[in-house]
Design a protein around this ligand. Structure first.
Ligand SMILES: Nc1nc2c(ncn2[C@@H]2O[C@H](COP(=O)(O)OP(=O)(O)OP(=O)(O)O)[C@@H](O)[C@H]2O)c(=O)[nH]1
Ligand SMILES: [Mg+2]
Length: 177
């Protein structure tokens, strides 16, 4: 069987669980329940007459689980890096995670087809602490280090905005591998 491993990472409370539950079960996560360590969500998808199992692994954002983070990347093809538009510190945390985890994951892998997706979540909120310019700068920064492996999506797990496009993109990546 073809299993594709996709990591969802980013600061605590950026909406990783909410995005995945929206996509997998069309479930709304309205109260925060922290993920403990990590969580796995699976979905079977048929592409080009082949069955794929997408294994989405969420790495919890809370600092108390930092000791568990690094090992999760083994065997992953795609990383979704989630940022909360209403909290600037989540962009800073994304940059840290990029440098300390995503960059080594890409540099140490023999397979060159790794992809990184920056996901700006909670775009339903009017309170914005992250601008388009901040995002562009961060994408440029990542692209200088890993080339054209970076794509960018905006979403609201709460209001179901951009979810289909995001996961369509993720599940289509296998077509080009
Ligand atoms: N307004 C708004 N709130 C959201 C959205 N997505 C998630 N939330 C809320 O943000 C909080 C955190 O969501 P989670 O999905 O649990 O966050 P997480 O990234 O999984 O957090 P950890 O598991 O601790 O790393 C919850 O209260 C959600 O209801 C969104 O798109 N818009
Ligand atoms: Mg979570």
């Amino acid at each position: 069987m073809n299993t594709i491993k996709v990591i969802f990472t980013g600061a605590a409370q950026t909406g990783k669980t909410a995005l995945l539950k929206r996509y997998i079960n069309n479930e709304t996560v309205s109260t925060y329940k922290m993920t403990i360590g990590m969580d796995i969500f699976s979905k079977r998808i048929n592409k080009m007459n082949t069955n794929f199992t997408f294994q989405f692994v969420e790495i919890a954002g809370r600092r108390q689980f930092d000791f568990m983070r690094k090992g999760q990347y083994r065997g992953a093809s795609i990383v979704g890096l989630v940022v909360d538009v209403s909290r600037r510190e989540t962009l800073q945390r994304a940059r840290e995670i990029f440098v300390s985890e995503i960059l080594p994951w890409i540099q140490n892998s023999l397979n060159k087809n790794k992809k990184v997706i920056l996901i700006l979540n909670k775009i339903d909120l009017d309170q914005r602490e992250i601008s388009k310019n901040d995002i562009l700068r961060f994408i440029n920064y990542m692209s200088q280090l890993i080339g054209n492996k970076v794509s960018y999506f905006e979403a609201s797990a709460l209001n179901n905005i951009g979810i289909e496009e995001l996961f369509e993109h993720i599940t289509n990546i296998v077509n080009t591998n």
